[in-house]
Write a protein that binds this ligand. Structure first.
Ligand code: ADE
Ligand code: ZN
Length: 342
């Protein structure tokens, strides 16, 4: 891979549509917050914690991810975490970020919903003011918990509905199909929220179908297992349903053995609309540009693919037509601009 494509990937304007803010907590910040809040950790040092990041599947990661989030107690903690992510994303030329947060991970520990959303949201406002970088929040329900608990979370969240734009579904996929959350998603739909769900990460293609047909989601998070079902793959392509793919996550969680085995190029060939994202960058070895570089190196993708993926990221974003056009124009100006100037 030439240096040129690396530079293009690093410098091109892009949107990130699949990032769990709790998954951006770097070990150093986990230790700093643990000290600030006098929270005891199971690990003696940053190095020891990092060594524990040897995952065998989604659940083995989630156990450590929820333990990491236990250091978050105050509004300033949520602000600092989000600020660190946004700073990193800004350096990666992310112009717009749609960020997942998992309130149940915090309210279950006695942290107020307000503490969590106000801290995260304030960091988004600062990024907009400082870098003209836009951001929006998507509140996820934890699918290993009950639908009743999701309803209770929605109730807590509604006084803050101007601070988030969408609803998602994450955590342990196997054994927790989308239809478990049919009623609460129906209510969220009536309330006018955008809807997404993790589906077909580890779970079967049928979960992608029910996320679409029962929950009525507008994008699928991950979705890479759709290729096990040819009719579903054709449907995704035909209906232009975007998948938010997270390449390094898929390798770390053993969805694929290694990057050259990733089915990203096959999905592109099948005409599926794809985007590239980091999922939980502090845990999976990289932020969005690391994901682009690893993918392009392994699968020999081209500058035309880079341009298409940058365009897809804005086209699939939950932003108004004017903002979408502004960002698509930025992409076109970048790719049509003077190559030598890069
Ligand atoms: N929560 C954080 N990252 C996740 C992932 N990759 N899949 C499901 N739930 C998650
Ligand atoms: Zn995810």
């Amino acid at each position: 891979m030439t240096d040129n494509i690396h530079t293009i990937l690093r410098q091109m304007p892009k949107a990130e549509l699949h990032i769990h803010i709790e998954g951006s907590l770097e070990p150093e910040l986990i230790f700093a917050l643990a000290e600030r809040n006098r929270v005891e950790l199971k690990y003696a040092s940053v190095e020891e914690l990092r060594r524990a990041y040897a995952f065998t599947d989604l659940q083995s990661f989630l156990d450590i991810y929820y333990a990491g989030a236990s250091v978050l107690l105050t509004e300033q903690d949520f602000y600092d975490m989000t600020r660190a992510y946004l700073q990193r994303a800004h350096a990666d030329k992310v112009r717009h970020a749609e960020i997942f947060f998992d309130p149940q991970t915090h309210t279950e520990r006695g942290v107020e919903f307000a503490t969590c959303i106000n801290g995260i949201h304030r960091a988004l406002e600062d990024a907009k003011a400082q870098w003209d970088m836009s951001g929006a929040l998507i509140m996820c329900f934890l699918r290993h918990l009950s639908e009743e608990e999701a309803f209770a979370t929605l109730e807590l969240a509604l006084p803050y509905r101007d601070k988030f734009i969408g609803i998602g579904l994450d955590s342990s996929e196997r054994g927790h199909p989308p239809e478990k959350f049919a009623r609460v998603f129906a209510q969220c739909r009536e309330l006018g929220f955008h809807l997404v769900a993790h589906a077909g990460e580890e779970g079967p293609p049928a979960y992608i179908s029910t996320a679409l047909d029962v929950l009525h989601v507008e994008r699928i998070d991950h979705g890479v297992r759709c290729l096990d079902d040819a009719a579903l793959t054709q449907r995704l392509a035909r209906e232009k349903i975007a998948l938010t793919v997270c390449p390094l996550s898929n390798i770390k969680l053993r969805v694929f053995d290694c990057m050259p085995e990733h089915n990203f190029a096959k999905l592109l060939d099948a005409g599926v609309t794809l985007t590239v994202n980091s999922d939980d960058p502090a845990y999976f070895g990289g932020y969005i540009n690391d994901n682009f570089l690893a993918l392009f190196d392994a699968l020999s993708l081209t500058q035309e693919h880079a341009r298409q993926l940058a365009r897809n990221s804005f086209a699939a974003a939950f932003i108004d037509t004017a903002a979408k056009q502004k960002y698509l124009d930025e992409v076109d100006a970048f790719f049509d601009g003077d190559q030598a100037g890069r």
